[in-house]
Design a protein around this ligand. Sequence first.
Ligand code: 2HA
Ligand code: ZN
Length: 270
Amino acid sequence: MKDILTAPFITEMRETTANMYRQGWDERNGGNISYLLEEKEVAEYLDLNKVIRTIPTGFDASGLIGKIFIVTGTGKYFKNVDKDPETNLGIVRIAKDGTTAELLWGYKDGGKFTSEFPAHMMSHMARLKVDPEHRVVMHSHPTYTIAMNTVCSTDEKEFTHKLWQSNTECIVVFPDGVGVLPCMVCGTNEIGEATAEKMKKFRLVVWTNHGIYGTGKTMDEAFGLIETVEKTAQIYMLSLGHVVNVIPDEILKGLADLWGLTPLEGVLKV
Ligand code: 2HA
Ligand code: ZN
């Protein structure tokens, strides 16, 4: 059996959480990541018959039975993942009953997965239906994205349009747009269900006054989506009140045509 600390998926979790922390997106215990792993890649490092303990999920994850995830821990700081992965991360498998998670590694201090586990697992179920290669759900609290919530409506088409209009990269990176949920109580099955509903259509979902979810086939895709929204939200907030020039809809359509992309319907007026 190989040393799990040399596993590429552990390295990715360490690097990504450190990177997100340094971006200023994940203060204190803010943010969480879950990453769907291949059984055979985990089997190189762990005995899959050895369950350390079981943890109730509190919801029905039947769609994910047998699937294995590496997930950041509840109350844990992104800042600390790199120096102590075994305490701050855990590897869990959804058990046959669909409502229990089997801990295979990590949460060494007796901890458990993020309080946003329902939103993560429900989002995985929704995205896997759209894209069988989907792997990553990433949640974060990027400053300018949350600032934008205080001055913009929660209408997702309007929100998407404002981002597209502020930076030509946006329509190319997320032609499918950004889903927006109103301000809700986080850490609940309800916000999980609402997020998953949006995930049927979007890879990005904003939680108003709280943060954002990004998803993807890889860590880079999920990170890159959030990074592009956040950079553009910064541009938007820096220019607030002084706008004399935004990207016209004709140009946005031209970009979509050039790259063979289908923009979210009902946003562009051309
Ligand atoms: O766990 O980000 O949404 C910290 C959070 C809750
Ligand atoms: Zn959060």
